[in-house]
Design a protein around this ligand. Sequence first.
Ligand code: SAM
Length: 395
Amino acid sequence: MATELESAFAEAARLISDTSKLVRVVLSGRRRNLTVPVERIDIRPVLIKESLVLQVSENDGRVTTAKNIAPKDFDAHAFLEMGYANILVEHTAGAFSIRITKKGEAQVHEEKGAREQNLEHDRKKARLLAASDPFLIEVGISDASGNVKPSRSDKYLQVEEFLRLLVPTLNSAIEAKQIAKPTPDKPLVIADLGCGNAYLTFAVHQYLKSIDMPVHVIGIDIRPESLKRNTEIAKKLHIENSIEFKAEAIDQTSITSCDVAIALHACDTATDDAIAWAVNGGAKMLLIAPCCQHDLQTQMSNVPQPWNLLTKHGLMKERLGDLMTDALRAQILKLVGYRTEVIEFIGGEHTPRNIMIRAILTGAKADAKEIETYKQMLSDWQIDPALASRLNMEI
Ligand SMILES: C[S@@+](CC[C@H](N)C(=O)[O-])C[C@H]1O[C@@H](n2cnc3c(N)ncnc32)[C@H](O)[C@@H]1O
């Protein structure tokens, strides 16, 4: 129902101010032509030393920081008017949500149904994937008793954190109509490129199915052993109708396109193959966590002064090469019409390869200045990134 924005905000503020019934508030998405301070804000009442406060958790797409505000100092209108497009207020008797359209109109939705208030202030981060989930046992992350094997705990966390970024990004893209709402007839097609033992492939499939999102997931890896192992697991889990595997090189795969391309540590230029394949096939969203890379390091022989100080020591040259490779990948994605960010998807203690490139297709035309900066960098450093040669870039 379209409502005056002002009256929708007034109702949301009224519900928020009743802290005896408030369950939580979520602010997400960005209104057209407005900027927001962080990607998402969650607000909920918590009890600290027997006093009720509002805990405000701000997530910038990478880390969450929390602060507590006393209800008497809490200005609900200031939060509601920050520029978020989606506002959800849950209370003990139901939920009230506002979606602000591109035209600035408020679409208001009210839902009845009891919700529980949880005032504990240090709730444990709920896992998206229960360690005892049969798929985690089958892929070898958990043991037969449903506990994560110590040797696999880093991979478990990488997959979990990957999923934690994928799900809200996907929901926002569907809400913003950048990705069509999946239906049983037209499920969301997700390709995991360089899937290896398919920990992430299965996790994405199982999690999205658990939230009733129709999906078809494809895992692609050059190794025939991966195909055999993963297909057997899919059959054992009775999910072979909606998950499939291919033993193919990414740049020669028989699959022509997907809606969402994901890759977790596809080696070296396999990450460039993955990005190029996804872009050439018109993928709407890419979540790519790159692996080791050697492409630019080997090209850095004519480094412009005084930047040669950065390449004098092998260790730094390697790190710089990694950074430049990912910076150029992000820039190239921007130039070919994707809104692109580079974020840290997991703490460095779980993998040194903890950068993620997140890109959403908007089709925005490349800015002349952005093209110029890109070209200047290639010319100054006399480098030619692997991704550029794999894409038909009209710049
Ligand atoms: C480091 S493993 C990561 C596997 C998995 N994504 C994970 O995170 O557990 C990289 C995988 O990419 C695969 N790979 C490397 N180059 C490839 C290519 N050009 N085409 C398809 N798969 C490739 C390898 O066989 C390997 O299984």
